[in-house]
Design a protein around this ligand. Structure first.
Ligand code: C2E
Ligand code: CA
Ligand code: CA
Length: 397
């Protein structure tokens, strides 16, 4: 056998490796032919003759098991080596489900070999067992359920008032998705939104969200006036989708909604998505849509980006609001956020205001806009439309 760095030449009848050997590389045949066979006692059971361009020896690299068969050259053969690192790097960077399917296939092949040899290796069952309980399949099940949910119209939009705390007046709302499973009942977006955002389903679900919100908007406007603003959450995947702005504009024409009445809520993560996100943001504001940064201060905020972005609102996350009375450091952070927003010409919306004390601290810091259970939870449109435009809330004692 002669060896250059990655290329090996083996002469006819050379055994390259034997069944049971440890496997540290796979091979691609550059020229010549090899026989893959199983040794059953003194008998050779041929499995496959393979030739130029084909790969062998990859199974051991993928599932880290000993060689399941032996290989012998049936003519002088030139091979190119694929090392474990070369293959494993690529394998590990592939989709989890693809990895799992590969392991299942390996497991089936090895089971077939065991059957041929009348041996049993319980290790080979592991990939199949793993498959039935694996997250990757759980995700596929959830994806199928979410697709069904979309087709069966199991999603609903709820709306939570956004309030001017000084006047106790509803000035807008945030649209929040709910999934009404026929058996489990209402499922909170916390249980499925991350998954949705990481799958291609976010696009059709996102289109349904926008269609529903725009359709509902005019009912809000009739009840609460033409300055009413509806905030709609937009995931990164939706935001950078090529048709995002075109679809949005079509909806404004179809439902006769003015862009100034729609606020797009995006997280810092979306904003940080470089030039593309910035370009879309700019185009959205050019068309007249409002932009709000959601969960501000909870992710990787880049102040440099923030100063360049056409943002109208910063939303202070509930994790800050809920500690505003008890933690002086949090209070200091909130004060700085409010100061910075003002200096940058942005408005602040405090999220998750649950108590009158939180409201009063926010008001004393000159943050006037809020949403939270102090006023109202997210509710279906028919309940929202029954709300008075002014809440009757007293100051905390
Ligand atoms: P978010 O955008 O930060 O929405 C605010 C969340 O805080 C909502 O949870 C709302 O119901 C909740 N909340 C409001 N006030 C209070 C309060 O006083 N106390 C407490 N404990 N919670 C309050 P929800 O509706 O469960 O939504 C969770 C997250 O799911 C949202 O967080 C948002 O990231 C995502 N989400 C919801 N609807 C949509 C949607 O239509 N599209 C997208 N892309 N994401 C959505
Ligand atoms: Ca939001
Ligand atoms: Ca938020």
């Amino acid at each position: 056998m002669s060896t250059t760095k990655k290329q090996i030449t083996i002469t006819k009848d050379t055994v390259l490796f034997r069944q049971g050997d440890a496997g540290d590389c796979a091979y691609v045949i550059e020229s010549g032919k090899v026989l893959i066979y199983i040794e059953k006692g003194s008998v050779e059971v041929p499995i496959a003759h393979i030739k130029k361009g084909e790969i062998f020896g990859e199974m051991s690299l993928i599932d880290n098991s000993p060689r399941s068969a032996s290989v012998r050259a049936t003519e002088d053969t030139v091979l190119n080596k694929i090392t474990r690192d070369q293959l494993v790097d690529r394998y590990q960077s592939s989709d989890q489900l693809v990895q799992l399917l590969l392991r299942v296939m390996m497991s089936r092949l090895r089971r077939n070999n065991n059957t041929l040899m009348n041996t049993n290796n319980s290790q080979d069952e592991s990939a199949l067992e793993e498959a039935t309980s694996n997250d990757a399949f759980g995700n596929i099940r959830l994806e199928n359920r979410l697709l069904e949910a979309l087709n069966n119209q199991e999603f609903e939009m709820f709306y939570q008032p956004i309030v001017d705390m000084e006047q106790n007046k509803i000035i807008g709302c945030e649209a929040l998705i709910r999934w009404k499973d026929p058996i489990a009942g209402y499922i909170s977006p916390d249980k499925f939104i991350d998954f949705l955002e990481n799958s291609s389903l976010m696009i059709p679900v996102g289109q349904w969200i926008f269609e529903t919100c725009f359709k509902d908007f005019n009912k809000f406007k009739d009840q609460f006036g033409s300055d009413f603003v509806m905030s709609i959450n937009v995931s990164g995947r939706q935001f950078v989708h090529q048709d995002f702005l075109i679809d949005l504009e079509k909806l404004t024409w179809k439902h006769k909604v003015l862009p100034k009445n729609i606020k797009l809520e995006v997280t810092e993560r979306v904003m940080m998505d470089g030039f593309n996100a910035m370009d879309i943001l700019n185009r959205c504001t050019e068309k007249g849509f409002q932009i709000s940064i959601d969960d501000f201060g909870t992710g990787f905020s880049s102040l440099q980006y923030l100063s360049q972005m056409p943002v109208n609102y910063l939303k202070i996350d509930r994790s800050f609001v809920s500690k505003i009375n008890s933690d002086p450091k949090v209070l200091a952070v909130v004060k700085s956020m409010i100061y910075m927003a003002k200096e940058l010409g942005m408005s602040i919306i405090a999220e998750g205001v649950e108590t009158a004390t939180e409201r009063d601290v926010l008001l004393s810091l000159d943050a006037n806009l809020a949403q939270g259970w102090l006023y109202c939870k997210a509710v279906p449109i028919q309940d929202f439309l029954k709300l008075p435009i002014h809440f009757s809330l007293k100051k905390a004692a």
